[in-house]
Design a protein around this ligand. Structure first.
Ligand code: FAD
Length: 418
């Protein structure tokens, strides 16, 4: 049971890492608590993932995109950001020479596609229905104890015996609440926004013109993610007790309530999918690496969804770390060498930290309904609308050609100098 690499978590990030190393010749162990059949056919979870142009390019180059049906890719051509009743929204258009800001793809389709892309990959061994027990780090390897999930789930009478595997490098991609991160003694800064996000597909009378909305209202935040003609994903952020009441409404009342929140701008609205809710918690790991260990995906950076960067960042980390690993393989050197891991950490932190802080500030400022916050956000949006370079910075960041939302930072209160 000896491998070059062990990856914990077969979510979008873990599977993308497997795929990125397809031609490396490495023996990879992939450890996942769910069954292979659940991974092959993931349920619809309501998330429509806004993919940046950079992410789309990586997915195309890795062949993952070939597994996404064309009718599940929805162009994202424009975005508008509105503040309460203000009449002048900030409009974001594609960069010169580009026809779109990115594309929306259901998370279910991403999971399915990246799973399909690794099937039959040479050197890959899947340990599904397994969780991780004790982890011991030695100078040249990591020893990982696997604890098979008992048939019949928690509380089943007979627990199968644990198995141990050994690898030269361990990568954790086991979500923002990463158990492995904690086991490896790495802390994380977590911020609970105290809000819940609803996502639900709805049909509406008026067209969306492939324009995404972000609408910071009083007591709620609304977004609209444009899918096919007259079909969008409604995204609503509310305090948890209000959300619970909304989730329990019968369909007709729910539809009326949502149409009212959008002030009838989309005409009548009909539920076209299941309702899903997510607690809003942002997480940033204090370190991304340790001896023979690295964090990727949400386990490293768990973003608030408002700026739609979570998976985009996940793929960015995969890209950086896989390049280091592939370079080590080509040079015949250690794939877990500290200097390689540190290079990955420094580059990923540089790309993600400013955006993580900016997103925290946006999410906090725009859900604060007190007078001063309302005034500040109106000023920020006003400035953003009028100052061309700032709008360009936002379009660039959404498209993620260079992750340059950093240019936006001076406009966000409390972030100067970060
Ligand atoms: C409402 C919403 C909207 C979003 N919109 C966007 C968007 O527009 N754009 C964007 O880029 N991102 C978006 N995101 C973020 C995106 O969905 C996540 O960043 C992405 O799914 C994270 O992938 P991951 O593989 O790191 O983690 P996960 O998807 O959480 O996968 C983790 C995997 O690890 C497994 N696992 C966990 N613990 C263990 C264990 N102990 N042992 C074994 N296996 C384990 C789990 O079963 C799972 O398969 C959104 C998120 C939400 C909630």
């Amino acid at each position: 049971m000896t491998f070059d690499l062990a990856i914990i978590g077969a979510g979008p990030a873990g599977l993308s890492m497997v795929r990125a190393l397809a031609d490396s010749g490495l023996r990879i162990a992939l450890i996942e608590q769910q069954s292979a059949s659940a991974l092959a056919d993931p349920p619809f979870d309501g998330r429509e993932i806004a993919l940046s142009l950079r992410t789309l390019r990586i997915l195309r180059e890795s062949g993952v995109f070939d597994h996404i049906p064309a009718d599940q890719v929805f162009p994202l051509e424009h975005a508008i950001v509105m503040n309460g009743e203000d009449r002048h929204p900030m409009r974001v258009a594609p960069l010169r020479g580009k026809s779109a800001l990115g594309a929306l793809v259901p998370n279910q389709q991403i999971r399915r596609a990246v799973w399909a892309a690794v099937q039959g990959q040479q050197g890959l061994t899947l340990f599904d229905r397994n969780r991780v027990g004790a982890i011991h780090t030695a100078a040249d390897h990591v020893e990982i104890e696997l604890q098979p999930v008992a048939e019949g789930g928690e509380g089943a009478a007979v627990e199968p015996a644990p198995v141990s595997i050994r690898a030269r490098l361990l990568i954790a991609a086991d979500s923002r609440f990463s158990d492995t991160r904690r086991k490896m003694g790495i802390g994380a800064d977590a911020h609970d926004f105290g809000k819940t996000m609803l996502v639900c597909r709805m049909q509406h009378e008026q067209p969306h013109h492939h324009t995404a909305w972000e609408w910071f209202g009083i007591g709620q935040t609304l977004a609209l993610l444009p899918l096919s003609e007259h079909l969008s994903s409604v995204v609503l952020t509310l305090p948890p007790h209000e959300m619970q009441a909304l989730l329990e409404l019968p369909d007709a009342d729910f539809e009326r309530d949502i149409a009212r929140r959008y002030q009838g701008r989309l005409g009548e609205m009909r539920r076209a999918g299941s309702r899903h809710s997510y607690p809003l918690i942002g997480v940033y790991a204090q370190r991304f690496v340790g001896p023979r260990f690295a964090l990727i995906g949400d386990a490293a950076v768990g973003m608030h969804p408002v700026t739609a960067h979570g998976f985009n960042f996940g793929l960015h980390g995969v890209d950086l770390l896989s390049r280091e690993i592939l370079a080590a393989v080509r040079a015949g050197t250690d794939i877990g060498a500290p200097e390689r891991l540190q290079r990955f950490e420094a580059a990923h932190r540089r790309a993600t930290r400013p955006l993580y802080l900016a997103t925290q500030a946006i999410a906090t400022l725009y859900t604060d309904d007190r007078g001063p916050a309302r005034l500040v956000r109106r000023l920020v949006l006003d400035a953003s609308s009028r100052v061309g370079p700032l709008r360009l910075a936002i379009a660039t960041a959404l498209s993620e050609e260079g992750l340059s939302l950093r240019a936006l930072l001076p406009a966000l209160p409390g972030l100067r100098g970060t």
